[in-house]
Design a protein around this ligand. Structure first.
Ligand code: FMN
Length: 528
């Protein structure tokens, strides 16, 4: 078995045994969720919180959204809507920040960096985005021989932040968070009339070198960052770049070798009670080593149009995870249910264009309370090609009745699955009390056999779909919650899987949220 497969098997939660994690947690000694570099020049960004006059429904036709000129204002807005704070919460003596991008356990392993080669914007260089201060820390200064107009954004993960609480399974959550962050960037870019391209041509070693996270002496041992992905921000929305992606890669790799680097990462503070060597092993094994250049996907077209009048910026800032659902809520209208499902399909969601690979994630849905649909188990293949595989893998007890109003959805089995969904999601009531919950089934075996790094890509895809659900639910007046805690093989055996052809990597739930009035809310950037 490969290291990646071993990792995957070993980090499954089981009814009788959770994946290995810390035995005790000292909540007063949590790793700092805000990375800071000391000794860097700071570039202030204009005050956060500005609203854009783009409504949610306009996202159905992103090419028609007016393109905002690139400036520190618009760049700041892009960063804020992707990774900035959304609120502070307080319960008794505990106070914590929430962000526009969600994160498993609110631990936020994801860090964001810009590589700026637009000299009119700010001095060329590599910048770390510090979301607490909403400013940029200039990690590197360079002057490219060939100045071009490119602006890249890169993401990395600090696995320790997540492993502090979740132990060995944490690596999975870091990858899911990357998927959420990628989608968060895509939606933020769309609100500004920009696009985003995932640059598959870089391997991890190159991304690490460009972002400076391979400069191990500048990070505390055990708190280093691993590279995840790099995107080009298409702020002209026109594909009009003076330099090709390959040429730009050559320029940047050469230029960054001569760059002057500044600053050191401040310690995240917490005492390292455990060292999760399995995570270090899987990080190494799942490194991306290829340089395959894949272009942007063709943009989809919404088939069920949004009626959402609210600002995109306000939807993004108000997005929250539901902690409780109203189990007595009225049934969700099918139009809302189908709108959400349709936006998960590449051919229907223009903002899935940043995902360059074919869909490899499909849904098993536990429908609890949707108008006109019998409660029960449903399946949504996200590609026609996958239907056959799914039918072969699922138990042959299921019916596979195509749903009239939404033919790509299949009804498999009518039943009240609330208690089963709850039990499978680590006994969390949120999986039972909403309108529906679901498991994301990935084409696991083929992808991971092709390349170990595809393991990460499958999680990213799930995270991306999760972020779409969060935002679409919010825009429709509902609320979602990502569910990373579920009993893997118990889900698989319910569906009838006999091998690892398909594996569930993420769960999600949507419904009418109940608010906890004991928790107080404060403005995101009141501290500035
Ligand atoms: C990958 C991932 C897994 C999550 N798993 C769970 C879960 O199992 N149970 C839960 O109640 N919340 C879960 N959440 C929700 C997070 O706890 C939540 O995003 C975080 O506390 C930040 O709050 P916010 O989403 O309201 O900003 C998950 C979120 C993500 C992104």
């Amino acid at each position: 078995m490969t290291t990646v497969s071993q990792y995957h098997q070993r980090t499954k939660h089981r009814f009788n045994r959770y994946a290995k994690g810390p035995e005790t947690l000292d909540w007063d000694d949590q790793p700092d969720p805000f990375r800071r570099f000391e000794g860097c020049e700071i570039v202030s960004l204009p005050s956060p919180g500005e609203d854009l006059s783009v409504s949610w429904r306009q996202l159905d036709r992103p090419r028609q959204i007016q393109t905002q000129a690139l400036s520190l204002d618009t760049l700041g807005l892009f960063l804020e809507l992707s990774f900035g704070l959304s609120a502070w919460k307080q319960y008794g003596p505990d106070r914590w920040a929430l962000r526009n991008n969600p994160s498993s356990g609110n631990l936020h392993p994801t860090e964001a960096y810009l590589i700026n080669n637009v000299s009119a914007l700010m001095p060329q260089g590599v910048y770390h985005y510090a979301s607490y201060h909403h400013h940029l820390e200039r990690r590197a200064a360079f002057s490219a021989a060939e100045v071009n107009d490119s602006l890249l954004i890169g993401l990395t993960s600090i696995a320790w932040r997540e492993a502090w609480k979740y132990g060995e399974r944490a690596y999975r959550y870091c990858q899911l968070d990357i998927g959420h962050a990628l989608a968060a960037m895509r939606y933020a870019a769309a609100a500004l009339g920009w696009r985003l391209q995932l640059l598959t041509v870089y391997n991890d070693q190159e991304i690490a070198a460009l972002l400076g996270v391979d400069r191990v002496d500048e990070f505390v041992d055990g708190e280093r960052e691993t590279p995840d992905l790099l995107c080009r921000i298409d702020y002209k929305n026109a594909d009009e770049f003076s330099t090709s992606i390959e040429r730009e890669r050559e320029i940047l790799l050469e230029t960054l070798q001569q760059a002057d680097w500044y600053g050191k990462a401040r310690s995240l503070g917490a005492y390292h009670m455990y060292r999760w060597s399995l995570i270090e092993e899987v990080e190494k094994a799942a490194e991306k080593r290829d340089h395959q250049l894949i272009g942007v996907s063709e943009a989809g077209q919404a088939v069920i149009e949004s009626a959402g009048q609210a600002n995109v910026s306000s939807i993004i800032r108000q997005r929250r995870s539901a902690q409780h659902f109203n189990q007595h809520a009225e049934a969700m209208p099918t139009s809302n249910f189908y709108r959400m499902l349709s936006m998960l399909m590449a051919e229907n969601n223009p903002l899935l264009d940043v995902w360059p690979w074919r869909p490899a994630t499909h849904l098993a849905l536990f429908v609890h309370n949707v108008e006109g649909l019998s409660p029960g188990l449903y399946c949504l293949p996200r590609s026609q090609a996958a239907l056959l595989t799914l039918r072969q893998q699922f138990s042959d007890q299921f019916e596979w009745r195509s749903v009239d109003q939404f033919p790509s959805l299949y009804a498999l089995h009518d039943a009240d699955l609330k208690q089963i969904a709850k039990a499978l999601s680590c006994h969390q009531a949120i999986a039972a009390n909403g309108a529906f919950s679901l498991g994301m089934l990935t084409e696991f075996k083929d992808n991971v056999e092709q390349s170990d790094w595809h393991y990460r890509r499958l999680f990213w895809e799930c995270g991306y779909l999760g972020q779409i659900l969060y935002l679409e639910a919010e825009a429709l007046g509902y609320r979602g919650t990502g569910i990373g805690c579920f009993f893997d093989d118990e889900v698989h055996s319910l569906l009838g899987f006999s091998d690892d052809e398909l594996q569930s990597l993420y769960h999600f739930t949507v419904g009418e949220a109940l608010l906890d009035s004991r928790i107080q809310t404060f403005p995101a950037y009141g501290h500035l």
